[in-house]
Design a protein around this ligand. Structure first.
Ligand code: A2R
Length: 316
């Protein structure tokens, strides 16, 4: 019996790429010559495997008349045109839950590293400035501080639990109040920023959250405030962020994501009061293995039963 044809939309990790190839008749969407490739193979494709940096837009979906499932390796799926999928009855899965710990510890790491100026302190030692240049300056601390969580979902709640242990006062903003939590609810992102020392963004990307953290929110956080973004670059107005950091209207930022990845604005790279990571929030061996397994599980289940284990909320 012929194996189902699955389209791999790059980039995929070598492990995920190979796993799909072992189980299916796998095709790789090329960077160049897509029209010719799709004309030749598009009609065979029943499933797609992709990650958050592989765009699956309306044009690609339209070129795949038998497409029935998109298995996204990641919890965020703003790379996929879900509206086009809904119109065609194409199901989309993602990987919720299995990456909460990894992303939460990335958020904590960024927050501590930024507040305690750890990257600068590391350079201080490496450059041989200790002890010749005197003691490293005193810094702020995270323990006991007020932290706002923008998006108290699965990952946001995990971050809040970790901060509880550090004696932080946690408050949050989401579109809806979360029942059964003791954290204080703020009615807007700006209101939240105005009542905390540190703000952690962990909402989904996409149109609904574009520039949710804008100049007004950054100004409300203020010159002693720190922003951590482990959500999506689109959630923060990056120009406003750079301006606020350069003009001293914001104290610091710990960033894992950027507006135009992998481009990081040179002005941001030149600043000392930022810690910059290359979008590695879920990037641990353990978590990526779990995400891979769930992605493949969804694909296999759909092929077998037409259902998904973890559909995106629009299709649940
Ligand atoms: O707004 P609500 O009540 O639906 O709460 C969700 C919140 N959220 C928003 N908050 C404020 N303004 C918005 N426009 C908005 N849209 C959504 O974000 C909820 O509290 C949170 C998302 O939580 P989950 O759906 O459980 O997602 P999870 O697994 O925590 O991942 C969050 C994001 C991913 O989409 C990736 O972009 C990134 O973290 O890795």
């Amino acid at each position: 019996m012929s194996r189902p044809t699955v389209l791999r939309v790059p980039p995929l990790s070598p492990q995920l790429h190979d796993a799909v190839g072992e189980q299916y008749d796998a095709r790789d969407l090329p960077e160049d010559g897509r029209a010719a490739f799709l004309a030749e193979h598009g009609a065979d494709v029943v499933g797609i495997v992709c990650t958050n940096t592989g765009r699956v837009d309306g044009d690609l979906i339209a070129a795949l008349p038998r497409l029935g499932v998109i298995a996204n390796h990641g919890v965020g799926y703003d790379n996929i045109d879900v509206t086009a999928c809904l119109e065609r009855g194409i199901l989309v899965s993602h990987t919720p839950g299995v990456l909460d710990d990894a992303v939460a510890e990335t958020a904590l790491g960024l927050l501590v590293a930024t507040r305690r100026r750890m990257v600068e302190a590391d350079r201080f030692v490496r450059d041989g400035r200790w002890p010749g240049a005197g003691a490293f300056p005193l810094t702020g601390q995270v323990a006991g501080s007020r932290v706002g969580i923008l998006g108290l979902g699965r990952i946001g709640r995990r971050i809040a639990e970790i901060l509880d242990v550090l004696g932080c006062t946690v408050s949050y903003h989401s579109r809806h109040e979360v029942p059964g939590v003791t954290y204080r609810y703020a009615p807007s992102a700006e209101a939240l920023a105005s009542e905390v020392d540190n703000l952690v963004a962990i909402v989904p990307g996409g149109a609904g959250t574009a520039a949710l953290v804008d100049r007004a929110v950054l100004d409300a956080l203020g010159p002693d405030g720190v922003l951590v973004n482990v959500a999506r670059g689109s959630v923060v107005d990056e120009d406003a962020l750079v301006a606020a950091l350069r003009e001293g209207r914001l104290g610091g930022a710990g960033l894992d994501v950027y507006a135009h990845e992998p481009d990081v604005p040179p002005a941001l790279r030149a600043l000392d009061n930022v810690v910059l990571l290359p979008h590695v929030g879920s990037g641990t061996e353990e978590t990526r293995a779990a995400m891979r397994a769930l992605t493949l599980d969804n694909l296999a289940l759909w092929l077998e039963t037409g259902r998904l284990r973890t559909p995106v909320p629009e299709m649940a």
